[in-house]
Design a protein around this ligand. Structure first.
Ligand code: NAD
Length: 494
């Protein structure tokens, strides 16, 4: 990692640059903003992230603009070779990347490893789209006049601002950066200041792979840095992942110049357990859906709907599973759930639980904390039974290890309850009835529905949701198209 060794000698911790622009790292002048990077499992400060100024953001956007002139004219095949090289280098650096992911976020090793695998798979997938000439070639369009010919073309949108949160650093970035580069766009990335070390490593890998200077630039800091970027008139496209509240501000900023936007925002998704479901499998889906990544997932299925006939059996098995979940630091053998990302997030989730309980929600059971959790931002899983329909724990995104369970008596009721939200990101259904599965797939208002499977995410399958969950789709071919403008030409047939 490029750090500033001579900087603030009182710190033994690393210091990450405020920006990397056209291959050059920039450190902030003394007195400018910086924030601590913590180890979420111990609460210790392990490094410092310097924050970019508005001037550095402007320089980064200009660097991306300058690099666009050549980059947009590279062949898709050449871009694909670079993307495949990035994937190879990510795999080769897996140990270091996973270790940093664990050290910062406190994720268990299997989750940190999965992040590296997902990022590499995404670069490989968009490399394969680059190899497919039909993705980029002009296509003819039939028009009802024999004397005319029409064609459809896709061209790069230009400079893409990529803004990502802290819950899956590197993965969310890969979902944006790989299709942006494949499309021929240049980029300015703004990682979360809480989890920038692995993003910094990824940017170094991109450079090492041979992506020309200026094609990918990084500006670091918080919401103000993101806001400068989204307001910049030379940015053509914004791809943002984060909270719905920030998403609204991004959309407002984009409106000024009619920038194209993709917004991946929050969720309050449902897991539906039908009476015919395999209850043991449903419990596994419930634990993974609500407590993977300590529940800090936009796709958390934190509203669990269970048919009356299997409710008691489900709750008994769910309690056993939750109590057996090892919540511990990543170096603790058997760790299955890590901490929340920060003290602030811990305080926020704890307050939301207290508020829900104050309003009448009943905690059915909680998980346990390992004795090694004393210093980090750990929270034991919480399961609430039968909250009122207007209880905030049932209605609002918590983004922590809190699940609510409600019973239902009919498919109509389950579908109505699942769809009774302004979000609409994902849903999971546990059933052994194929006809019922077809009905749920058709009627659940969610961008992605899983039937009897954990939350499998493939780069080939698009991601994104309805309503407050955002606008547009990432991954898949739609992910590539979201960085391209669609154009047509009509002329006399030769
Ligand atoms: P956040 O909205 O606070 O921040 C996300 C990113 O946006 C950060 O990099 C932040 O610095 C930046 N940002 C904040 N305000 C901004 C502004 N006004 N303009 C531009 N950038 C700004 O979210 P968070 O707390 O980092 O992440 C948690 C949220 O992200 C949750 O609500 C979660 O549901 C959502 N999320 C959604 C998805 C998805 O794919 N739908 C994936 C992961 C996280």
């Amino acid at each position: 990692m490029a750090t500033n060794p001579g900087h603030r000698p009182e710190d033994h911790a690393f210091v990450l640059p405020a920006a990397t622009i056209a291959g050059t790292t920039f450190f902030a002048a003394t007195g400018e903003a910086r924030s601590a990077i913590c180890n979420a499992a111990t609460g210790e400060t392990i490094g410092w992230q310097e924050h970019a100024t508005a001037e550095l953001v402007d320089r980064a956007v200009h660097a991306a603009r300058n690099a666009l002139i050549a980059w947009r004219h590279t062949t898709p095949a050449a871009r694909g070779r670079l993307l495949r090289k990035i994937a190879e280098l990510l795999e080769a650096d897996r140990e270091r990347l996973s270790a940093m992911q664990m050290q910062v976020s406190g994720k268990p090793r299997f989750e940190a490893d999965l992040d590296v695998s997902d990022a590499a798979a995404t670069f490989n997938y968009y490399a394969s789209l680059c190899d497919d000439a039909s993705m980029f070639a002009a296509e003819s369009v039939a028009v009802p006049d024999d004397t005319l010919q029409a064609e459809r073309m896709h061209e790069p949108m230009g400079v893409a601002a990529l803004i990502v949160p802290w819950n899956f650093p590197m993965v969310t970035t890969a979902w944006k950066l790989a299709p942006a580069l494949a499309a021929g766009c240049t980029a300015v990335l703004k990682p979360s200041e809480l989890t920038s070390p692995t993003e910094h490593m990824l940017a170094e890998i991109v450079s090492e792979a041979g992506v020309p200077d200026g094609v990918v630039n990084v500006v670091n800091g918080g919401g103000d840095v993101g806001a400068w970027l989204t307001a910049h008139p030379l940015v053509d496209k914004i791809s943002f992942t984060g909270s719905t509240a920030s998403g609204r501000k991004v959309m407002q900023a984009a409106a000024q110049d009619m920038k194209r936007v993709t917004l991946e925002l929050g969720g309050k998704s449902a897991l539906i357990v039908r009476a015919d479901a395999d209850v043991a499998q449903a419990v596994t889906l419930a634990v993974g859906g609500a407590f993977a990544n300590a529940g800090q997932m936009c796709s958390a299925t934190a509203r669990i709907l269970v048919h009356d006939d299997v409710y008691r059996k489900f709750m008994a098995a769910f309690e056993t599973a939750v109590r057996a979940l090892v919540v511990a630091p990543p170096d603790h053998g058997g760790a299955a759930m890590g901490p929340l990302i920060s003290a602030a997030q811990h305080a926020r989730v704890t307050a939301l639980v207290a508020e829900g309980v104050e309003a009448g929600a009943q905690i059915a059971f909680t998980g346990k904390l390992d004795s090694a959790c004393a210093d980090g931002f750990f929270m034991a899983p919480v399961v609430v039974a039968e909250p009122a329909a207007n209880n905030t724990l049932w209605t609002d995104e918590v983004f922590g290890p809190v699940a609510c369970v409600k019973s239902f008596r009919s498919d109509d009721e389950a579908i109505a309850l699942a769809n009774d939200t302004r979000y609409g990101l994902v849903a999971t259904v546990a059933t052994n009835d194929e006809k019922a599965a077809r009905r749920y797939k058709a009627q659940l208002r969610a961008g992605l529905v899983w039937i009897n499977t954990p939350q499998l995410i493939f780069p080939q399958v698009c991601w994104g949701g309805f309503g407050l969950s955002g606008i547009g789709r990432e991954l898949g071919v739609a992910g590539l198209r979201s960085y391209q403008e669609l154009r047509h030409a009509v002329g006399l047939r030769a």
